[in-house]
Design a binder for this molecule. Structure first.
Ligand SMILES: NC(=O)c1ccc[n+]([C@@H]2O[C@H](COP(=O)([O-])OP(=O)(O)OC[C@H]3O[C@@H](n4cnc5c(N)ncnc54)[C@H](O)[C@@H]3O)[C@@H](O)[C@H]2O)c1
Length: 303
């Protein structure tokens, strides 16, 4: 089987696939313009977030049999269309859960103790001891919107830190250490709200002006899920009015943002969509991509 690796993938994973007899070519800087001319010669492709696999690309690749995405969501792939053409589409749903959960927890501490703002002040050679009285996160209520793989990892860690954890997820019936509540109950009771759900037609913009109004004054918000689930304009207003004390964002409606005014607010901290960017997660993603392709190839050519 011939595989085209279109995005950055661990070397060990590529070597393991080659060792298992797959012909693997790495073109991890291939452009969307070049891809339709190159991909038709391959049976399979490996993508991360950068390479999008949309219907027109699928249409010019009648021999494509498998797409493996190293990552959680399949929003960068027209997966239903690909499957309708007989292509197997796979991802690595749990490989980065712990990394994203740790970032979300780290952000809660950073918001509670203003560690970014204190560091900036120290770098400016200031000793503003009185400006940085913070809060403990133990004893506070954390509201998780979405309690799947990452939400559960966050809940486990938050329980260990002495937080009360509530969650809103209409598709989940039970989660250990978590009280399932309605979205309105979550908004009214949470000191911290962290999002861990996919962006869908239903969830796009679901945290907007009305939802901010229902939150506690001084709530802190973490979004390591997807940009656009929170209405960024409404979040900006809530941060300026003080309704929201602070926000930590790893994801944005537009990436990279073209309008940086939200990020420039003093009570906002952020990162460039790096929730899964740890050595451990990348290693697990690579290993799972290799396992899945080797397994797929074996099923295609039984010995
Ligand atoms: N920042 C990053 O780098 C990064 C990395 C990995 C994943 N993510 C994001 O994190 C999200 C969660 O990942 P996961 O592995 O936990 O996924 P998952 O599929 O295991 O869990 C998602 C949960 O969200 C729930 N959900 C769906 N629609 C909902 C809605 N409208 N309201 C409330 N809950 C809803 C689902 O029922 C499910 O339990 C992903 O969809 C992805 O967007 C971000």
């Amino acid at each position: 089987m011939k595989i085209l690796v279109c995005d950055k993938t661990e070397k060990e994973a590529i070597e393991r696939m080659r060792g298992a007899g797959l012909q693997v070519d790495v073109r991890d800087d291939i452009t969307p313009e070049d891809l339709p001319g190159v991909l038709p010669a391959y049976d399979g492709m490996v993508v991360r977030s950068r390479t999008k696999v949309r219907q027109p690309l699928i249409d010019v690749c009648p021999n494509l049999k498998v797409i493996v995405r190293g990552g959680v969501g399949l929003d960068t792939i027209d997966a239903d269309y690909a499957r309708s053409k007989g292509i197997t589409v796979m991802n690595t749903p749990m490989a980065s859960s712990a990394s994203v959960a740790e970032l979300a927890i780290g952000y809660m501490f950073a918001l509670a103790r203003s560690t970014y703002q204190a560091t900036s002040s120290m770098k400016a050679e200031k000793w503003e001891k009185k400006s940085f009285e913070g809060d403990e996160i133990g004893g506070k209520t954390l509201g998780l919107v979405g309690i799947g793989n990452i939400g559960k990892e966050v809940a486990r860690r938050a329980n260990g830190l002495g937080m009360t954890v509530v969650a809103y997820d209409p598709y989940v019936k039970q989660a250990d250490g978590v009280k399932l509540v309605t979205l309105d109950e979550l908004l009214a009771s949470s000191d911290y709200i962290s999002l861990h759900l996919p962006k869908t037609k239903e969830s796009a913009g679901m945290i907007g002006k009305d939802q901010f109004e229902k939150m506690k004054k001084g709530v802190r918000i973490v979004n390591c899920a997807r940009g656009g689930i929170i209405d960024e304009g409404a979040l900006y207003d809530a941060l300026v009015s003080g309704k929201v004390a602070g926000a930590a964002l790893d994801v944005y409606a537009e990436e990279p943002p073209t309008d940086w005014k939200l990020l420039k607010l003093p009570n906002v901290i952020g990162s460039p969509h790096v929730g899964a960017a740890t050595h451990e997660a990348q290693g697990r993603v690579g290993a799972e991509v290799a396992d899945k392709l080797i397994d797929f190839a074996k099923k295609m050519q039984p010995v």
